[in-house]
Design a protein around this ligand. Structure first.
Ligand code: M6R
Length: 366
């Protein structure tokens, strides 16, 4: 059932190229320059008239929501707020009939997310579900939705659910951008072609596995880890840190790279591994100068870089390459080595990777 892999998590990490392909199926028609999503087409008026999108989710799904905030705002120019479902539901939030609430949930059973959409519905908002499990409670409770079609995710640590959630949300943002006219038809066409190349690029990113394993050996005894990223890749830093925490029990924090100097830089010494997402474009120079600051404080630097990068190589202790792509699609690539890093560290520490202590696959109580 693990298909020859030692753990479900590793199997699911490796399934990502085909899982993303499954998410595309019937929706992404790059040659014809079309995105087809029934849940959007049927409710296009609502989407076009919406004042804002409120994303509600928990954990990794919340991180996918954060990535989508950058993508929706950049491409479709729709204001987005991303909320922890647990905070949103108890805050007496301001919700109107012109709000669209997107609930993101792998299981479709997370108690706080389900309660948040019930509240939003009672205030007249339109609820759109992005779930993996077909027929789940959140899928049923939503007014419309789009499944991720990632296939069953067994490992408690979410991997392919995350990348397929980002894929669905990216398709939605592109479709809406086209309908709103916030991107040109030639940019739209170009983005679809780039998107179609992603599964192949994820496959290439997975080739870093053996090298990531050697890095895991070096840092497995670290007590703390810092993950930094900017823009589209700031949420990836959060996700990398969550992955390490939940399966290896090593304390880790994700931060927007520029926030380092507002506090966390005080933690940096020769004991501190810092994983920095420094892909080309997207504030690259600024991230490189953050790397210099870490180096001058003797932090250990693991850079996630674009293939062929030279500047970070000269500064970092290790660099892991991912293929070049449009900036807004880089989270789908940069997240791969971070999943592998946490996996290998956890295995080397002898932890129960698929069922970490104190955690459940779906959190059906608040
Ligand atoms: O099923 P959901 O996507 O609603 O689950 C949300 C979180 O419980 C989940 O993503 C959790 O954070 C994962 N264990 C992270 O790997």
């Amino acid at each position: 059932e693990k298909g020859g892999y030692e753990h479900f998590m590793l199997k699911e990490i490796y399934e990502q190229p085909s899982a993303i392909q499954d998410t595309f199926r019937g929706r992404l028609l790059a040659n014809e320059a079309i995105i087809k999503m029934a849940g959007i087409e049927d409710n296009m008026k609502k989407f076009l008239n919406a004042d804002r999108i409120i994303v509600v989710a928990c954990g990794t799904s919340w991180h996918a929501g954060l990535v989508s905030e950058y993508i929706f705002e950049d491409l479709a120019r729709i204001p987005v707020e991303v909320e922890y479902a647990s905070e949103f539901r108890y805050r007496n939030p301001i919700i109107t009939e012109k709000d669209i609430v997107i609930a993101i949930s792998q299981s479709g059973e997370t108690a706080d997310t389900l309660a948040a959409i019930k509240l939003a519905k009672s205030k007249g908002a339109f609820v759109f579900g992005v779930c993996n499990v077909v027929g789940s409670s959140i899928a049923r409770e939503s007014d419309a939705g789009a499944y991720t079609h990632a296939g069953p995710e067994i490992g408690v640590a979410s991997t392919k659910a995350f990348t397929t959630q980002i894929t669905v949300l990216t398709l939605m943002a592109l479709r809406l951008a086209r309908a709103k006219g916030t991107i040109s038809s030639s940019d739209f066409r170009h983005h679809l072609i780039e998107l179609e190349l992603i599964p192949e690029k994820v496959k290439k990113a997975l080739e870093s596995d053996a090298y990531v394993k050697t890095i895991a050996e070096i840092y497995k005894d670290a007590k703390n880890c810092l993950y930094l990223g900017r823009g589209f890749n700031f949420p990836v830093a959060l996700e990398g840190a969550l992955k390490l925490k939940e399966i290896s029990y090593i304390h880790a924090e994700g931060y927007p790279a520029a926030e380092m100097k507002h506090g966390p830089i005080a933690l940096i010494d020769e004991q501190m591994p810092v994983i920095v997402i420094a892909t080309k474009k997207g504030h690259y120079e600024k991230v490189v100068s953050n790397i210099q600051e870490i180096k001058s404080r003797k932090g250990k630097i693991i850079g996630i870089v674009t293939e062929g990068d030279e500047s970070v190589k000269g500064l970092a202790d290790h660099v892991i390459e991912v293929p070049e792509s449009s900036e807004f699609l880089t989270p789908l690539l940069t997240t791969i080595p971070l999943q592998l890093l946490s996996y290998h560290i956890a295995v080397k520490l002898g932890k129960n990777v698929d069922q970490p202590r104190n955690l459940a696959k779906s959190v059906t109580v608040e």
